[in-house]
Structures are given as C-alpha cells and as structure tokens.
Design a protein around this ligand. Structure first.
Ligand SMILES: Nc1nc2c(ncn2[C@@H]2O[C@H](COP(=O)(O)O[C@H]3[C@@H](O)[C@H](n4cnc5c(=O)[nH]c(N)nc54)O[C@@H]3COP(=O)(O)O)[C@@H](O)[C@H]2O)c(=O)[nH]1
Length: 736
C-alpha cells in the first residue's frame, strides 16, 4: 500500500544503506598548499574514495554550490579567508557534508570554534598520517551511520503514518485498553458505530459499553489477560450505542478480538509480570445478525400471524414431551380449526380472511399463559401446546375460555363476523408419547367435532381413529372421482296428479364408488365442500343436466322441466352461476324449464352478492325453486327478496301430514304458491293417502317413492316413451 505522496513502504532496505565500504565517497580537499593537495589523495586512498581539490574559500564554495560531497578536508587558513567561512556557508545552506578541519592553529579556541560551527573533527598540523587517516575514516563512517539512521527514522515515520492511517480509517472500531481496562486509544470509527466521540470514551472503562451479561464475561477475560493468560480470540458482544439523533440508547452487535500486549519490555523480567494492555478490534455485525434473525424468524414463524409455525411447534412439543417425561407430568395439544372459514374467504375475499385469521390469533393468544405455545399450521388451522397441566381437564378449561373469547364478533371491513372453532384435544401420555401422534390425535378429535356440528371441543378417543381413516380415504377417492368419470345423474320424476303425466324431474347426483358401489350425495357433498371440490362437481352437474334436458326437449318433450341442486358454496362466487347461464343459453332451454333448487341456507346468506347472483339466473330464464320451503323462519320475507319461481313442500311436512299444525302450513304454502303464481311440488310422497291429502289441499305436482325413485337417464327415456302402468293407478280420483 502506498500513502499518497509517500514512497512505497519498503521500497529499499537497510542493508542497502549500511554497506558503507561499498559505497563511493566523494571528498573535497580545500588547502592552499598545492603539494599537500596532491599528496593527500595518495595518503588517504581507499577503494571508492574520489578526491577533488581547491585552494581558496571562493573556489570551495563554488564547487559546493554545484556538487555534493561526503567529506570536506578543510584548511583553517586560506588565501581569501578562513575555513570557518566555508563552515558558515555550509551551515547557512543547510548542507550536511562532514567536515574535518585541518589547521596549524595551536589555540584550543580555534578547534572549539571550528567544532561549534559544524566541523566533525579537528586535526592539528603537523599531524601524523595515521591520525588523519583515522579522522577521515571515523568521520566518513559516522556520516554513513547518520545517513543510515536518517533513512531508518524516515522509514519508521512512514511506517507509523501508514499504521495510523490504517487504524484511523479502519471500518472496524479499534481500541486499546490500559491494564485497568480503560480506553486509552479509540479510532474515529467509534463515533459512527456507537455514537460516542473519542473524548467521551477515553479514560472510561470498556465495561461501560457492555450489557451486564457480557460485562461479566469480558471482565473475567481482562483479569485473565492481566495475569498473562492467553485471551480468547473472538467474542460476540452487544455494545451500548448512543443514538445521536434521538439521544436514545441502543446496542450494536459486534465480534471483538481482544489481544493482550505487554506495555513495556522490561528486559530480564518475567514476561508474565509485565503490565498488560489490551488491543481490541470490534467489527459491527448488527446488520448480518438482523438478517440472520429475520431469516430464522421466517423459517420458524407464520408470516401472516407471526405465530410459531409447524416446525417450531413440533420442536417445542418434542421438548415439552421430554420434560414431561422427566418429571412425570402431563401436557395437552389442542388442534383448532375455524368453522366455515372458507366461506369468509370465498364471500369476502382473502384480505378479509387474513384479517379474521390475525384477529383470531390475537384472541387465542389472550386465553393462554406465558409458556404455552400457540402456532398456526396453515390455512385456518391453529394448534396449542399446554406444556404443563395438572389434569387433562385443564385443557377443557382453556377450550371453554377460547369459545367464550370468540363470543364477541370480529370487526371485518364488511361488518362484524361471529367466528366459531372446533377444538380437538390430546393429552400426553394418555393419547400418545411422540409429537406426531399427539398432533394427529388432536386433529382426529377436532375432525369429530366438525362431524358433530362444529363449534365445540372434545378429547381424543381411540374409537375415533376408524372414522378419521374413513374420512381421509373418502377425501382421497373423491379427489379422483371426476377424472375417473365416476359421477352420474339420476332423475326423480315429478308427476302431475291432474294429468297423470311426468312433468318434471329432479336431477340427483350419484357416485359410482369403485368399492362401495353407488353412493348418494349425502355421503360426500359436505366433504366435497370442505375440501374445495364442490365447484368442479357442480360444474359437471350443470353441464350434464342441461345437455340431458336439451336431449329430451329435442325428442319432443319440450314441456319437461328439470331442477338441479347447487351447493350454497356455489353462490359465493360468480363462476358456477355464469356456467348455468351459459349452458342454458347454449342448449337453448326454454324459459323456466331449467330450475335451480336453493335451500333456505343459501337465502339466509342474504348478502347483496348472493341476491344479485340469483337475480342473474332468473334474468336468464332459469327457474329458482325453494327447496324445503317453510322449514325456516323467514320464508315469506325471502319471497319478497328473491326472484323465486317454484316452491317445494318439504318431505318433513309430507311425512307428518297428520301431525299438529302441519295441514295449516301446507295450506298456507299452497296458498302462497297460488297467490304469487309459483309452481308447487310436494316432495317425499311415499304413500297413497299422502298424495290424496296433498291433492285435496290443492297441490298437484308430486315427487316421491310412491311414484319412483331417481332413475338413470336411460330408464327415464323409456318412461317418457311409455309411462309405467302403476302411475295411473296411484293417481287419486279427482275431487268432484
Ligand atoms: N350440491 C348438490 N347437492 C345434491 C345434488 N344431488 C343431490 N344433492 C343433495 O343431496 C341430498 C340428498 O339427495 P339424495 O340422496 O339424492 O336424496 C334425494 C332423494 O333421493 C330423496 N327422496 C326422494 N323421494 C323420497 C321419498 O319419497 N322418501 C325419501 N325418504 N326420500 C326421498 O330426497 C332427496 C331429494 O331431496 P331434495 O333435494 O330436498 O328434493 C339432496 O337433498 C340434495 O340437496 C347435486 O347434484 N349437487
């Protein structure tokens, strides 16, 4: 490295300069004695010595003005002045030539005067040759030593400047401590790194920058160092920082290397006795630490809620199991699933779903103690670890607290939302002694709560395993069912009692399961909804049903109506509704021939979006039929809001025709249908007398096992060509 304006650090070596005998010496003889001037070069001859001569002061000065010499042999008395004049000239010119004064003056004052004015030696005439030779040799040697010394000190200065430059401009905080551990040097980096000026730190103990824990470690180290022990190479410490802007204290994380350095080199003494200073280098690793912390946090936490994730949860659970095993204690795992969460996402969008999850995380946290772990496993699944419980029932208390905490609705952008959760609990060691098992058993218990109607909690029970496995298998089979073409539609006839004719059909979904045979929708629709398969299934139903109806219309049965069932989930989005409209249009189905049955569950959703979607269907000529009409509370209110075209008298009324209050309800429904001009169908008609009573009450169209179960399209083809004989027989005589 080269400091600007400086020679390279080690551009030459000492040995170059100290090899005096090899170096030529240029010597000027100044004497008015010409024979002496000619003789002296012979007397003083030596390898590398070159002599020049002159006899006057002025001649000497002229030569000096143009040349440099290593030595001047200078006579005291000269024709035009004194050798002292030459000495003065040399002094004034700042010249460094060595001078041996040669003089016949006896007086000691002359010698002293010459030496004072810069002569290096004084030889009095007459002299012995050997005396002059020695003087010349000594002076030349001394000059060379001085020269070498000058070079050396120049190099030391350069070296010191270089080191100072390196230390002062270092990106690290470099410091030295005295034996008491107080700063006696700090480089300027301290100001940007820690916010202190050098003056603020000099004289202060290093420990004043340290946090308590670190201070204890470092003080022990410094004590060891003072006793001559080797120091540890690298420490990670937090140094106190003074924020210049806010004046607030903070910390920076640094790696520090501390090295003991003996302060004085007292030769002969035991080195371990020498007082020790400390040389330290602190490197700021705060940013790296922060980045590491963020990466670690992200690896072990859920980004949405900032709760621990599955990995961290498992880690904590394994630790808690090990501790519980040691102390023979209990712990509980609570698997929590948010009920109907998917609906929030589908209806209000993902940002509302996220808001709800964050709110839920905060509420769940509030119900827990320090030391418990709440984690998010993903989606709407949370899990809690209660690492230290006295009784299994303690987990029950927490579950109740959670349900209580959720009684207050969440405030979302779209308004308030009342969330419920299903909680499954497993307890160590009763329900398992490894993390995966406890988690899976809590999950199974949670799943059972879902099956039992959600919004509750229960403990794991080994009997639940079988149900769980069935459910998992069902989910797996269902996922491939569409691709394997295992679905079909069956059509249940609707008969007009007046004409005895088949006037409509309800399309009902069937699943030809590879091992279980023909499976009805009640066994899988809910699962399809929960695992998100319902959309694709509904699309298949809509497509198949509209094509089939178009085929029957094309064969001349244009009056035939068909209804299909959609899931309430299908009304959360536009795509299924768009598809119904597209299919009806593409197949050219006449107004009201194709109908979508909606349940009160759909109407209860009652959002602007759901109403708009139902209106859109109606505008496309699709009939809207209310299934299980009259079983809910606000049936009449719905009729005002929704563009309904048909009502179905629920099977429960038909079943209970003789029950208290049933007949007035059925009469009311028939009255409403007549009043609003709605198509009316009674479903679940199984017996002749039911058909008779319904007909008496003004209901004409009926559907039920009395007439037929749902049949395949092929069977219905045959029906349409030749209605079965028994239908006529089932028809009740017309009222007179
Ligand atoms: N999202 C979709 N849901 C569908 C679809 N297809 C059907 N479903 C829903 O499943 C429910 C059960 O249907 P299913 O097992 O087919 O039962 C229907 C009839 O078989 C049964 N029924 C008909 N007549 C009688 C009878 O006289 N007695 C008796 N005990 N049961 C009878 O009733 C069911 C039809 O009911 P409804 O829909 O209310 O008219 C079913 O309720 C649908 O909601 C589908 O494609 N998608």
């Amino acid at each position: 490295m080269v400091i600007p304006g400086e020679a390279p650090f080690f551009s030459h070596t000492l040995s170059d300069r100290t090899a005096t005998h090899e170096r030529p010496s240029r010597i000027l003889l100044v004497d008015d004695d010409a024979p002496l001037r000619r003789t002296l070069p012979h007397v003083l001859a030596h390898a590398g010595r070159h002599f020049e001569e002159c006899g006057t002061v002025s001649d000497a000065i002229r030569r000096l003005e143009n040349n440099r010499y290593d030595l001047i042999l200078l006579d005291y008395r000269l024709p035009d002045g004194s050798g002292l004049d030459v000495l003065d000239w040399l002094a004034n010119a700042g010249r460094t030539e060595s001078v041996v004064m040669i003089s016949g003056e006896d007086a000691i004052d002359a010698a002293i005067g010459a030496l004072r004015r810069g002569a290096d030696d004084y030889v009095r005439k007459p002299y012995h040759v050997a005396q002059l030779q020695r003087a010349v040799q000594n002076v030349l040697h001394k000059a060379l030593l001085e020269q070498a010394n000058g070079v050396m000190s120049q190099r030391l200065k350069s070296s010191e400047r270089l080191h100072r430059y390196l230390v002062e401009s270092s990106p690290d905080f470099i410091f030295t401590l005295n034996p008491s551990g107080a700063f006696n040097y700090v480089n300027p980096r301290v100001q940007t790194m820690l916010g202190y000026t050098r003056e603020q730190l000099l004289g202060k103990a290093f420990s004043t920058l340290l946090l308590d824990d670190d201070a204890i470690r470092v003080e022990a180290l410094l004590r060891d160092a003072a006793r001559g022990k080797r120091m540890h190479p690298v420490l990670e410490l937090r140094l106190r920082r003074l924020d210049a802007q806010s004046g607030q204290p903070g910390t920076r994380t640094v790696t520090v290397t501390l090295n003991a350095v003996p302060i004085s080199n007292r030769s002969g003494e035991d080195a371990s006795q020498a007082p020790v200073g400390i040389y330290g280098v602190a490197r700021d690793i705060s940013e790296r630490k922060r980045a590491e912390e963020i990466i670690t946090f992200q690896a072990y936490h859920d980004q949405l809620t900032h709760l621990p994730n599955r990995i961290l949860f498992k880690d904590r659970l394994e630790l808690a199991i090990a501790q519980a095993q040691r102390r023979g204690g209990l712990l509980a795992v609570m698997f929590i699933d948010v009920d109907r969460f998917k609906r929030v996402n589908d209806t209000y969008g993902h940002s509302e779903g996220d808001r709800l999850l964050r709110g839920l995380a905060a509420r769940l946290k509030e119900t827990l103690r320090k030391g418990d772990t709440l984690a998010r496993l993903g989606g709407d699944e949370f899990i809690i670890l209660l690492p230290d419980i006295a009784h299994a029932e303690d987990a029950e208390t927490i579950a109740q607290k959670i349900h209580t905490a959720l009684k207050t609705p969440f405030q979302l952008e779209h308004g308030s939302f009342h969330a419920t959760v299903s909680i499954g609990i497993s307890v160590f060691p009763r329900d398992g002694d490894v993390a995966e098992q406890l988690t899976q058993h809590a999950d199974i218990a949670m799943y059972q709560i879902k099956r039992e109607g959600k919004n509750g909690f229960r403990f794991y029970d080994p009997d639940l395993n079988a149900h769980y496995r069935e459910r998992i298998a069902l989910e797996d089979d269902l996922r491939g069912a569409l691709a394997r073409n295992e679905f079909s539609l069956h059509y249940q006839p609707q008969i007009s009692m007046d004409s005895g004719k088949l006037v409509g059909v309800e399309a009902l979904l069937r699943w030809q399961h590879p091992t279980h045979g023909l499976v009805g929708p009640a066994a899988f629709i809910q699962v399809a909804e929960e695992v998100g398969l319902i959309r694709d299934i509904s699309h298949w139903v809509v497509d198949t049903a509209t094509r089939q109806l178009a085929r029957w219309h094309a064969r001349g049965h244009q009056a035939l109506r068909m209804s299909i069932n959609l899931s309430s989930h299908d009304f959360d989005r536009d795509d299924t509704i768009d598809q119904v409209a597209d299919c009806v249009l593409r197949c050219g189905l006449a107004h009201d021939r194709f109908e979508v049955e909606i349940t009160e569950r759909v109407m209860m959703r009652d959002t602007d979006e759901v109403i708009a979607r139902i209106r859109r269907l109606r505008d496309c000529g699709v009939g809207i039929s209310i299934d299980d009409f009259g079983t809910g509370y606000s049936a009449l209110a719905y009729l005002q809001k929704f563009p309904v075209s048909s009502l179905k008298i629920d099977r429960s009324f038909v079943d209970n025709l003789n029950g208290e209050g049933t007949q007035p309800i059925i009469s009311a429904i028939t009255g409403i249908a007549r009043g609003f001009g709605l198509h009316l169908v009674a479903e679940g008609v199984e017996r002749q007398e039911q058909a008779q009573r319904l007909q008496d009450m003004g209901c004409d169209i009926m559907q039920g096992y009395l007439f037929s179960k749902a049949v395949t399209a092929g069977e219905l083809d045959r029906w349409l060509e030749a209605p079965p004989q028994h239908i006529e027989a089932e028809r009740a005589p017309r009222p007179q």
